[in-house]
Design a protein around this ligand. Structure first.
Ligand SMILES: [Zn+2]
Length: 160
């Protein structure tokens, strides 16, 4: 019997606030995944970064992580499986305490603050003006298109 007391505190995430009907910055797949997991998990699961920079969503309980990779959730939505990962199997996990607050504010830009990744629905992210574009999801990123030409040297053997 497990007599250890578990202290599970709420994570501050308001699931209704990240419904993609509120804005396309919110991942439909992350929303579906959390809904399928149920309200207790949606209220208590947190976001962690491992030593390889992979993000995980889940509950860390005495070294066990119950949860799934964030990228798997973004790709597969409700079909992504949450597992219990044995202590040590993922490595050192650091919680990102402000993750859900950031996500509620700027959606998937909280996952990619550098604005280097592509997401499902990326076409709704950028407003393009000629060689420049700005992010509609967070309203706070601006990029310009860089163009360059590379010289490519080819060689092959020919008869002669
Ligand atoms: Zn952005």
């Amino acid at each position: 019997m497990n007599t250890r007391e578990m202290c599970v505190t709420e994570n501050g995430l308001d699931l209704a606030a990240i419904n993609p009907s509120n804005g396309l910055q919110f991942s439909p797949n992350l929303y579906r995944f959390l809904r399928k997991q149920g309200s207790t998990r949606a209220k208590t699961w947190r976001v962690f970064r491992d030593g390889d920079n992979t993000l995980w969503v889940g509950l860390l309980d005495d070294g066990w992580l119950h949860g799934a990779r964030l990228m798997g959730i973004l790709c597969y939505g409700a079909r992504e499986q949450a597992w219990a990962h044995v202590p040590g199997s993922i490595g050192d996990l650091q919680e990102i305490p402000q993750f859900w607050a950031d996500y509620m504010r700027i959606g998937r830009c909280a996952i990619d603050p550098e604005h280097r990744m592509s997401f499902i629905g990326d076409e709704t992210r950028w407003l393009v003006h000629g060689n420049e574009r700005s992010c509609l999801w967070c309203g706070n990123a601006h990029q310009r298109l860089e163009t360059w030409v590379e010289e490519v040297r080819h060689e092959r053997w020919v008869t002669g």
